[in-house]
Design a protein around this ligand. Structure first.
Ligand SMILES: NC(=O)c1ccc[n+]([C@@H]2O[C@H](COP(=O)([O-])OP(=O)(O)OC[C@H]3O[C@@H](n4cnc5c(N)ncnc54)[C@H](OP(=O)(O)O)[C@@H]3O)[C@@H](O)[C@H]2O)c1
Length: 298
């Protein structure tokens, strides 16, 4: 049997935990930030050498979009330069490198879902750092970049940042008023589905390169919140807001839907976002209250 070793870096994050799970039948060497800082090139090179993996999956990232405007060197070191190190180390080890990109590489002026061949046009330091990271990762002989967005799922007690859906679901369950954008269009993405897609590309020895990997379809955050309330069987108290009403440090794209056709052509069809949302809310991590569990319908 061939090399079954999988090195996961950034393993304590939202997606990292799902990746560790999806490769559970292989030999997984999982590093959190505490055991491996991916901006330390010497340590990364040694960790890859020691692990001798067939596959390296990078789930570590600097995801503080507004914070990146104040700390650009940190964002670039983590989201971009670390990928140069990982790509070089992957090539030396003869390993496949998997990295995750972001919808924020686009400026959000499109009117239909972005495909992989659409021109990126980053509008923030975070977005530029993610784009540079893609380029470095794709320099690896077997480099995959999966662009993902608006992640949800993952274990409770994550070390990483909370996602928009965590806040929406928590607010709905507590009966609080929940402010939601009516003019940001997203393709929300369940980390379990992204992990399964990653596994598929590896197991089928798909062609390396750039893939969009989001749950299928798209909606405004307002529509996503309405659907979450329906699944949870709660009466939502939603406060519709527009992006113009909120002052954020980094500019964000308005229309972020991504098209998954290339992934589908490689044999993996991403489930619809509302199906993914329902599965997450019904899971032990999904935050659905037990008293509403019996009444879930949809
Ligand atoms: N979340 C989203 O909605 C979203 C959207 C688009 C793209 N993505 C991309 O999807 C991927 C996974 O994101 P995620 O949401 O799972 O991230 P996450 O939950 O924020 O986890 C990222 C992990 O990386 C760790 N980390 C940060 N800097 C590090 C470093 N220098 N060395 C080693 N580890 C480091 C973090 O540790 P600390 O918490 O200790 O810093 C955290 O455990 C990333 O590439 C991200 O950019 C995510």
């Amino acid at each position: 049997m061939g090399n079954r070793r999988v090195l996961v870096v950034g393993a304590a994050g939202r997606l990292g935990a799902a990746i560790v799970d999806v490769f559970a039948d292989r030999v997984v060497i999982a590093h959190t930030r505490a055991s491996l800082d991916i901006t330390d090139a010497a340590l990364v090179t040694k960790a890859v050498q020691d692990a001798a993996p067939a596959v390296i999956v990078n789930c570590a990232a600097f995801n503080d979009v507004d914070g990146a405007e104040d700390r650009p060197a940190e964002a670039l070191a983590t989201n971009a330069l670390a990928l140069r190190t990982l790509a070089r180390a992957a090539d030396v080890a003869g390993a496949t490198l998997v990295h995750y990109g972001s919808d924020f590489v686009f400026d959000g002026t499109a009117t239909e879902p972005y495909r992989e061949d659409a021109s990126p046009s980053p509008m923030s330091t975070y977005a530029a750092s993610k784009l540079l990271g893609e380029w470095f990762a794709l320099d690896a002989a077997r480099g995959f970049v999966l662009r993902v967005e608006s992640l949800f799922g993952g274990p409770r007690g994550l070390t990483g940042r909370r996602g928009s859906l965590d806040g929406i679901v928590e607010g709905l369950q507590q009966g609080r008023a929940v402010p939601v954008f009516t003019d940001r269009v997203v393709s929300p993405s369940y980390v379990d589905d992204i992990a399964r897609a990653t596994r598929h590309l590896i197991d089928t020895e798909a062609a390396p390169g750039l893939y969009h990997c989001v749950n299928s379809g798209h909606a405004t955050w307002y529509d996503v919140a309405v659907e979450a309330a329906r699944i949870l069987d709660v009466t939502p108290r939603l406060e519709p807001i527009t992006m113009d009403q909120v002052r954020l440090k980094a500019r964000r794209p308005r229309f972020c839907a991504l098209a998954n056709r290339k992934l589908a052509a490689a044999g993996f069809v991403m489930p619809a976002w509302h199906d993914a949302l329902r599965r997450w809310l019904a899971s032990p991590e999904g935050g659905i209250r037990h008293d509403t569990m019996d009444r879930v319908h949809g």
